[in-house]
Design a protein. Structure first.
Length: 412
């Protein structure tokens, strides 16, 4: 079976990874999801003329019996949008039979909507069982899952620095400030962020107020412009000075971002950044133009460059590492680079206080959803919306994930 991954809770790659059968698919799934699935249903869309390529990969916790219908409905909408040629339904369970209700209901719903069910499998206790095969190749006692070292495709993932965590909760912990030693640091970062934000706001307000005063003066005294020429030139110079100061804030912030967005082997660890740098990073994302500019840099071809402030775009192009090329086949080096940036954005989110972490979590979610990593996207949005349920970018991303709408230009 030739597989090219991509979708809701996966780690998509543009290169082809070859799998020899269902056991290989089951072994590779944790590397696609980023963690070993437990007590859940996974639906794998199959695409291509012979349904030989993996498309959307969805995962949902096993619901209570009364919620099975709702769980199936939640998975069905994005699945039908994908228009797969067939699907694999896989139940991960601790106790025999606990995934059967979801497998039966989801299988019935697929058939009702004209989606062929290629196979239904159960994974339990290190073994896998084919529910619809009664031949000798699939004995009632099941078959042992292959060791990762026995599946050639796993080496492809490892070579891309992808290694699954024990479970979804371990993935969620990556974004939480859980270290006891971090408490005091969070307080310092929060205080410094408040101070930096105040300074930034004062510069921004000064530019606006002086600009408005100049416009009023021009309207009231248009006839006396010749007499006021010197005064207006002085005012214009003052505005330029204030605007330069505001650009200086962005320049300092982008300089720190250039260190965060470094994917080199010797990149400075995020936790080694001083509190004042972390404060600058947090405050910088309250500048919506800068936040969206960073997302455009991280996710090429998703936001037209002419929508970015030209001055900011120039600052970014001179300060940040060169962005990834658009429209090219994603090579191994680029996949590794993006993996490293993802990890660094996770580390940044974990060292920021809750109230300051929301924009950073939303930037992370934008990047992971662009890459197709639905699991990490959900986790980032969970923390962001837990802190600020009304943050608009997080709300929009949550809706996109619910409907499995990938951004234009999405890549690995």
């Amino acid at each position: 079976m030739s597989v090219r991954s991509g979708g809701l809770q996966s780690r998509p790659m543009k290169t082809t990874i070859r799998l020899s059968g269902p056991a290989d698919v089951l072994t590779v799934l944790p590397y696609q999801l980023g963690f070993y699935p437990q007590r859940c249903l996974v639906v794998v869309s199959l695409r291509g003329a012979r349904s030989s390529r993996m498309g959307l990969v969805q995962r949902i916790d096993l619901p209570t019996p009364e919620d099975v219908g709702d769980a199936v409905a939640a998975m069905l909408t994005p699945l039908l949008r994908e228009r797969p040629g067939a699907v694999l339904l896989i139940g991960f369970e601790d106790c025999e039979g606990e995934s059967r209700a979801m497998l039966d209901e989801m299988g019935g719903a697929c058939l009702t909507h004209g989606v062929r069910v290629e196979d239904r499998m159960v994974v339990r206790g290190g073994r896998w069982f084919d529910l619809d095969c009664d031949k000798s190749c699939c004995p009632p006692e099941g078959l042992l899952l292959p060791a990762p070292s026995e599946v050639a495709a796993v080496a492809e993932f490892v070579g891309r620095e992808i290694c699954p965590l024990p479970d979804r909760s371990a993935l969620a912990e990556l974004l939480e400030p859980h270290s006891p030693l971090l408490g005091a640091d969070l307080a310092v970062v929060s205080r410094l962020a408040d101070e930096w934000s105040q300074l930034r706001q004062e510069a921004k307000t000064a530019v606006r107020s002086e600009s408005c005063a100049g416009e009023r003066g021009l309207r009231l005294w248009e006839r006396e412009l010749r007499d006021m020429d010197t005064e207006l030139r002085d005012m214009d110079n003052e505005l330029r000075d204030m605007d330069t100061e505001l650009r200086g804030f962005r320049a300092n912030e982008l300089a720190v971002w250039s260190r965060v967005l470094c994917d080199k082997d010797d990149a400075e660890p995020i936790r080694a950044l001083p509190p004042q740098d972390l404060a600058m990073l947090a405050v910088s994302l309250t500048d919506v133009d800068l936040r969206d500019g960073l997302i455009a840099w991280l996710c090429p071809d998703t936001l037209p460059q002419d929508l970015i402030d030209p001055i900011l775009l120039d600052q970014m192009s001179r300060t940040l590492p060169e962005p990834w090329p658009v429209g090219e086949v994603v090579g191994v080096d680029q996949v590794i680079g993006r993996q490293r940036i993802e990890r660094r954005l996770c580390e940044l989110s974990a060292v920021l206080p809750d109230l300051w972490a929301v924009p950073a979590l939303s930037v992370l979610a934008s990047f992971t959803w662009w890459r197709g990593d639905g699991a990490l996207t959900r986790i980032a949005l969970d923390r962001a919306l837990r802190v600020d349920p009304h943050y608009r970018l997080a709300q929009l991303l949550e809706r996109m994930v619910d409907l499995a709408i990938r951004p234009q230009g999405a890549s690995a």
